[in-house]
Design a protein around this ligand. Sequence first.
Ligand code: HEM
Length: 309
Amino acid sequence: DPDPISMVNQFEMTAGKFEGFRRSGAKGVCATGEFVGSPEGKNISSSSAFSGNAIPVIVRFSVGGANPKAADNTKTQRNLALQFNLPNNEFWQMGNISAPVFGSATPEQLFGRLQSSQPDPTTKTADPAKVKAFADANPAVLLQGKYFASKPVPASYASTNYWGVHGFGFTNANNEKVWGKWVFEPVDGVQTLSDEDAKSKGPNFLFDELRQRVASGKASFNFNLEIAQAGDVLDNATVPLPEGRKKITLGVLKVVSVSADGTGPCLSITFDPNIMPKGVEGAPDPMLRARTAPYAISLGRRITEGSKQ
Ligand code: HEM
């Protein structure tokens, strides 16, 4: 594996270094929420997340990439990061994205992709021949871009689906285990913008739009799990489960407040998807394991610089 310091350095060399900001998902806003687990959730996991009691959640919505001025009205990635504050000092952290697949299958492939698209110091842009050569040899890196290009711009942070992309296992009180991949789906349905409407919204509408939705009580997500069958691929974030797998709703996440820009409880934490409560575990996916160290390094750098968002 590429070492985590080189990985974060490569993020900075390819996508730019913006002091005080996350090295990925830089343009974001803190929010708070409440999660209430369902009986189906309780059936498959002994985690206290599914007790049915309201669980306080730290929420962060963001646009993909390292640029804190990234546009809101383009066909790119949106993120939903969560920290469930469970009883007895347990935490459950997640970083979910608005595509069913990630942009690379392994840490090596992510590193290679970033290297191949690093801007040339003289032209200030990536060398298209290098980008193409890497993608030709690693076609999985094109899947996510194709997905985004095929979908309209989301109308709201609260009106798009967010996938966990990794496989996760759930163990209940009888020690029975199920595996699957999860997706947060807006209770009021997916809502998108026409290309024309997206253009007229401009590059900075998502934060205020979210504040309005939350004020009207219309920012909730079903926490859904697609159940894997024997033989399904669970250790590759570029391979979604086959269409039509049974889907169950583990509970509902309601966003209840949105912080002022550049403030709030998400500012000085990171969302490490390997932090899971008892009753939930990650699939043996090298990509999942490889997220912890770079997130901590990025957190360390931005706190030292002065956390901005
Ligand atoms: C080895 C693979 C990966 C590396 C090195 C990496 C790196 C990073 C870094 C450095 C950050 C900023 C962390 C911070 O400052 O708090 C970040 C944020 C994020 N990453 Fe990754 N990432 C990886 C894989 C993934 C995958 C597979 C997903 C797909 C779900 C993902 C989704 C996110 C999200 C949603 C955020 C924003 C979280 C927030 O709002 O704080 N990452 N990533």
